[in-house]
Design a binder for this molecule. Structure first.
Ligand code: AVW
Length: 249
């Protein structure tokens, strides 16, 4: 019995040690056929390896962004703010819209934490700065840079899901407001269509003051619309594949 227990513990430990951060990034990358995942990994880690984890600016990921060669899918791009769960439940189950996290650019890092250390060539996954600990941390800078790249390419009719259960759905410190809206380009983007996700006790509607700000901050020439849609209705569309995308709201 002792031998078996020791063997099992050893096997589990060795196996656990086998899946490094690099393996996880490569495995996620390889789901996107035709990508040079070794190159992408090299450019990704170059951004933060050997650096102070509070001194990694978003520009550190420029070469990574260039290596992913992101191709936009016009009329299907979906942005979001404070609605992560409902949006991704929808995009995972239905092939209607594409979020940053569904693309190679965002999916390699979604949900992960990483950083480097001065004098080391390793990637650490524990003891890294949290989102607000310092602004120029590897994770936050990654999302800022990837979001800028995704928004810059936004084309045709673009959708964003905002949260109607909070007072300020177009939230000042959000990535959507502080980075993405600023990058929208009127020469390639036709409209921004807000889907305000409501619940039975929602506090906001399409007349919300922050949504007025959104219209003002949008580059001239980009049309704007807003529609209140219940979370229940979105969930229903997620689980009904026979419903056409255009009939979801
Ligand atoms: P969000 P965004 N501490 O729902 O508009 C830890 O506010 O910013 O939406 N993690 C944080 C913090 C924080 N204070 N703030 C944000 N995050 C992380 C990319 C956390 O993982 C897509 F294209 C949270 O779930 C969307 O259009 C996530 O950032 C847009 O950016 C989103 O925060 C969504 O960014």
């Amino acid at each position: 019995v002792v031998v078996v227990v020791v063997a099992v513990v050893l096997a589990v430990t060795l196996r656990k040690g086998k899946y490094t951060f690099e393996d996880r990034i490569l495995a996620r990358c390889e789901k996107f056929k035709g990508s040079d995942c070794r190159l992408i990994w090299a450019k990704f880690q170059k951004a933060y390896v050997g650096r102070d984890p509070c001194n990694v600016p978003m520009e550190a990921y420029d070469d990574f962004i260039a290596a992913t060669q992101f191709k936009p899918e016009c009329n299907r791009m979906m942005f979001w703010s404070k609605t992560k769960d409902v949006v991704h439940d929808f995009t995972e189950k239905r092939d209607c819209y594409v979020t940053l996290e569904d693309t190679l650019l965002g999916s390699v890092a979604d949900g992960l934490t990483w950083c480097g250390r001065v004098g080391s060539s390793e990637t650490l996954t524990t003891g890294c700065p949290r989102w607000t600990d310092c602004e120029n941390n590897p994770v936050r800078s990654f999302w800022s840079r990837a979001s800028a790249a995704f928004a810059e390419k936004a084309c045709g009719n673009v959708t964003v899901m905002l949260n109607g259960s909070i007072e300020t759905p177009f939230s000042p410190n959000s990535t959507f407001r502080s980075i993405e809206v600023k990058k929208f380009d009127a020469t390639v983007m036709r409209s921004l269509n807000v889907v305000l996700v409501t619940q039975t006790n929602s506090v906001s509607n399409c007349t919300n003051a922050s949504l007025k700000d959104l219209q003002k901050e949008l580059a001239a020439g980009i049309r704007y619309s807003c529609k209140e849609v219940s979370e229940a209705q979105i969930r229903e569309c997620s689980s009904n594949p026979e419903k056409p995308c255009g009939a979801c709201w």
